[in-house]
Design a protein around this ligand. Structure first.
Ligand code: SAH
Length: 253
């Protein structure tokens, strides 16, 4: 993608960079991403990239020096990022087999999920929460890469793992759980999501949600959401449900 001559946060490469924000006309140290700039993207001095501070601002920045020893850039402007959704969607996703769960992290980030919470339920494949913690570094890298690629202004957060009952006590705003046994969606669902600024969405594991777990969710005020009469794989359901919520919230154009 050609750099954008105007220096706007246009169609060039985006990077979350620790230590931002910097003001226009200020020099920034690009060393943390110099390998990616030089060896992966083969960019040159003079190319324009876009730096993100993770708080919704984008900084078109011109590469001034790019060598094995390090890299510096000159901040050209500070602009608001358009890519952040107005609605705060937290996806409480029951832990899935490795590549499926990672797929949900990537696609959920692209669709605008703000926070992911891995949930352990009676039928999840991975049991103790402690066994999930070593995966967080890789999961954060997947989320970061997807957030840069999709031009998010904020990095989605990875919450600590929790059990089903704990998750039921956590959710804020409109709380929905994708349930394969749910009947027709209530007419109020669309209105509830449309007017919400925060939605919690709970999706089961490959093995499904037990009757007890569904009863507990209902009892604690989570609204069951049907995604139609077909049984979707958990990762399909997660993305379909996130798409439904983002559509109802008017975030998909
Ligand atoms: N119990 C299913 C397997 C679970 S599907 C079976 O009989 O094979 C995995 C998860 O995706 C479910 O727990 C639910 O959260 C979600 N899901 C799948 N299909 C759905 C549907 N039609 N409506 C709502 N949620 C669904």
């Amino acid at each position: 993608m050609p750099g954008n001559e105007r220096g706007g946060a246009g169609r060039n490469h985006w990077f979350f960079l620790k230590g931002m924000p910097a003001e226009p006309e200020r020099q920034v140290d690009l060393s943390p991403i110099s390998h990616q700039l030089r060896n992966v993207l083969r960019l040159k001095e003079g190319s324009v990239i876009t730096l993100l501070d993770g708080n919704g601002a984008a900084y078109p920045t011109q590469i001034e020096s790019l060598s094995p020893g390090g890299a510096t850039g000159l901040v050209l402007a500070k602009e608001p990022v358009q890519g952040e959704p107005a609605i705060e969607l937290t996806l409480y996703q029951c832990v899935l087999k490795r590549e499926r769960f990672e797929w949900v992290l990537q696609k959920g980030t692209e669709l605008g999920v703000s926070r992911f919470v891995p949930v352990i339920s009676s039928r999840t494949v991975v049991r103790p929460a402690a066994r999930l913690l070593p995966k967080y570094e890789r999961w954060r890298a997947i989320v970061r890469e997807a957030a840069e690629q999709s031009r998010r202004g904020r990095l989605p957060v990875l919450g600590d793992p929790m059990h089903w009952e704990e998750a039921l006590d956590q959710g804020g705003g409109v709380r929905l759980f994708a349930w394969e046994e749910a009947g027709e969606n209530s007419s109020g669902l669309r209105r509830a999501v449309r007017d919400a600024d925060e939605v919690a969405l709970l999706v089961g594991p490959e093995g499904g949600i037990s009757v007890q777990e569904a009863a507990s969710a209902n009892r604690k005020g989570w609204l069951p959401v049907s995604l139609g009469p077909r049984i979707l794989r958990a990762e399909t359901a997660a993305l379909a449900a996130a798409t439904v919520v983002m559509t109802m919230a008017g975030e998909l154009g």
